[in-house]
Every structure is written in C-alpha cells, then in structure tokens.
Design a binder for this molecule. Structure first.
Ligand code: FFO
Ligand code: ATP
Length: 195
C-alpha cells in the first residue's frame, strides 16, 4: 500500500518535473507576469510600510522572483535571501554587491553579517513545489520554512506568500500538523487569498 508520505514524495517528483520542463521563454514570461500579480496583490495594502522583504534565488525550475526583486529595489525596499542555519533559515541581506557561497543543495546564499530577524521581515515569498486552492502547500521536503515560522500567528509579521507556476496546482493536498499556514499563494494566473 502507498502511505501518505510516499504519495507526497511521488507528487513532489511529478510537480518538480513539470516546472523543470518549462522553456526559458515560458519562465521569463512567468517571472514578468508575476510582478504584475504581486503589484496588484500589494495595492490593497499600505505598501509605504514595507521595509524588508525576503525572496529566494530560483532553483529547480521554480518561478523566478528576480524581476520582483528589482521591483522592490526600485522602491528602496530591502531584500533578503534564505540561508540554511542548521534545520532553520536565516535571512541575509541581498544587494547588487552581494558575495556568495553555496549551501549543501548548491543554492547560492549571500555572505554578509547583515541578517534580519525573521519577525522583522514584512513579507516572505516562499517557493512552492505544489499548492491547492485552499492554501495547502508542498515544499522541497526539508521542512525549513515550516520550522522557521512554526510559532508565527497568521496575523503576525511576516506575511507568508507562496509563489508557484500555474502547472503546480493540484486538486487537494493533505495538511500536515507542522504545515505553517500561508497568507496567500500567487501564480502568474491567479492570487489565492487564504483566510
Ligand atoms: N530557491 C530555493 N532556495 C531555498 C529553498 C527552496 O526550496 N528553494 N529552501 C526551502 O526549503 C531551502 C533549501 N531547501 C532545499 C531542500 C531540498 C533540496 C533538494 O534539492 N533536495 C534533493 C535531495 C538532496 C539530498 O538529499 O541531499 C532532492 O530532493 O532532489 C533543495 C533545497 C533554502 N533555500
Ligand atoms: N516545526 C517543525 N518541527 C520539527 N520538524 C518539522 C517541523 N516542521 C516540519 N518538520 C519536519 O520537516 C519534514 C519535511 O516537512 P514537509 O514535507 O512538510 O516539508 P516542506 O513543507 O515540503 O518543506 P519546506 O518547509 O522547506 O518548504 C517533515 O518530516 C517534518 O516532520
């Protein structure tokens, strides 16, 4: 019999392959369209209060937030990237002058002493492997974001916003006890506001 954990693994593999199959052109269009979606999402909020935003460097076919990063830089909003610290994530300042090192998965991380405590971040954009219309999410399986924000209340800072390609939506994902709730999921085609 297939256990729930095995089926999560199988789904993760299929959805990772789906995003890796996207062409460079499709990736660029997705990254561009995402900026407009996020701009629209944030237009309903007091964006003058946004000071610190965490993004990620696209890996494994993830939707790329690099244009979103430029959008925040144009507004003088400071950007941060995840750095693996044991089983959790720290958030290191990312600027045009950042120096880099690679983590154990080969993903680049800024080398800096300038870290933001996670509760000082206003927004955190997380990469999703899969999602459903209820705000359910599947990540890479490391549990890093879950552990880092385990004790965060949904209405406390930062807002957690999942980013994904449209092809990563599935009908329904089982919610695990440790899954940290997202406030929104944004793809180039839709924004799901999770209550
Ligand atoms: N762009 C990006 N940065 C990120 C994350 C992410 O999902 N995307 N993370 C989000 O948490 C953290 C890294 N988590 C990751 C977890 C697993 C794998 C991964 O490729 N796993 C391999 C197995 C490798 C092994 O066993 O050593 C695999 O599944 O093929 C990559 C990143 C921090 N930075
Ligand atoms: N708060 C937590 N404390 C301890 N272990 C945790 C916690 N959150 C998640 N984990 C562990 O992390 C592992 C991976 O969880 P899961 O498959 O949900 O990862 P994910 O959500 O895909 O990854 P990520 O959060 O990095 O995007 C699970 O085995 C789970 O037991």
């Amino acid at each position: 019999m297939t256990s729930p954990l095995d089926s999560r693994q199988i789904l993760r593999r299929q959805l990772r392959q789906a995003r890796k199959n996207l062409s460079n052109h499709a990736q660029l269009i997705a990254a561009q369209t995402l900026v407009a979606r996020v701009d629209h999402y944030l237009s309903g909020q007091q964006t003058d209060k946004l000071k610190k935003v965490a993004l990620y460097l696209a890996n494994d076919g993830e939707i790329s937030p690099h244009l979103l990063c430029e959008y925040f830089w144009q507004q003088s909003i400071a950007t941060y990237l995840p750095v693996i610290q044991g089983k959790q994530l720290g958030f290191a300042r990312y600027t045009a002058d950042s120096m880099w090192q690679e983590n154990s998965y080969g993903i680049k991380e800024p080398v800096t002493a300038d870290y933001a405590p996670s509760r000082d971040l206003d927004l955190v954009f997380l990469p999703l492997v899969g999602f459903d219309s209820q705000g359910g999410r599947l990540g890479m399986g490391g549990g890093f974001y879950d552990r880092t924000f385990a004790n965060k209340r949904p209405d406390a800072s930062p807002q957690l916003i999942g980013l994904a390609h449209e092809c990563q939506q599935v009908k329904s994902l089982p919610v695990e006890s440790w899954d940290v709730p997202l406030q929104a999921i944004i793809t180039p085609q839709q924004s799901i506001l999770v209550s």
